[in-house]
Design a binder for this molecule. Sequence first.
Ligand code: PHB
Length: 388
Amino acid sequence: MLKRGMAAVAALALASSGAAAQETVKIGLVLPMTGQQASTGKQIEAAVKLYQAQHGNMVAGKKIEVILKDDTTVPDVTKRLATELVTNDKVAFLAGFGITPSAMSTAPVATQAKVPEIVMAAGTSSITEASPFIARTSFTLAQSSVPMAEWAFKNGIKKVVTLVSDYGPGIDAEKSFSDKFKADGGTIVENLRIPMRSPDFSPVLQKVADAKPDALFVFVPSGTGAQFVKQFVERGLDKSGVKLIATGDVTDDDQLNGMGDAVVGVINAHNYSANHNSALNKSFVEGFKKANSGMRPNFMAVGGYDGMHLIYEALKKTNGDTDGTKLMTAIKGMAWESPRGPISIDPDTRDIVQNIYIRKVQKVDGELYNVEFDTIANVKDPVKAAKK
Ligand code: PHB
């Protein structure tokens, strides 16, 4: 009797702890809070906090708890932290992922645990193919590089040198820009690459000066643009007649205002500008600045904000059920208005579909902004589209 009684108590304790655990839905947010991509971590953390401040922390009757971990911009650390979050904390979602290698290293963890991995920052096309549990709210480099190539050729640029960071997103940017530019009739004079870690632009900029192309097309990851521009100007390339064109990663809102007048007039293509003209974006920027001592949100912040929206809405759809397969079904095809404009998750690829804007760096009320002047609507990842 005593034995049975004890077993019953133990079973009850187990059940109630299980029930309590189910009342909280945990999100493991793995970000580079230190190391080379720390600006991405800072932007996304702020955006996640803003989303929760605006939308509360209860969804479908469950309390949402975000557990933030710093992967120090090291992919092996990302994987270890993600594994611990799944095993020990029993998170229902993995989210964040500041760089492609971090998103990739976590893919097997997501697949094995059947836990959705929401990529809020990284941009290599193939990431979403690494696990059926990955969905992306950031962008792909091909999404902005193809429209940039098209704009360049249409606007009289015939000879281009490309310069990219030598890893996943840079290689995607180089290839998608070059393929489109050549298909349109342009000439790629040279494809230059620089190391992702601690880049020194001097040797490659000398090559650009020697090649004298009509334009230099650049991709460097968020947070590195200012350093690139500084060396571009130091080498006198801003006055050499070589036009600078880029993905919007280079003229990143996080750093743009400090880049100086040398970047005024730079044409670039991207998914988000803090200057985007919509009521939703105005209130997003205002709320973000207010909560973060005037810091301007960049495209990484928007990826984080929309990633939280995706998680909240998926949980609403499953009525709080945290089964990973059900959550992925809820995620596929979801569409909503983001501060960047209308977006959706492609139900076939789980990748983001979004507008790409052609922008020109201009002074607005004394501050530098990417001012949008053309829109390519509902762009799917061109790399995956080409495979079909
Ligand atoms: C990436 O590592 O995928 C990445 C990082 C920063 C960017 C774009 C892509 O701005």
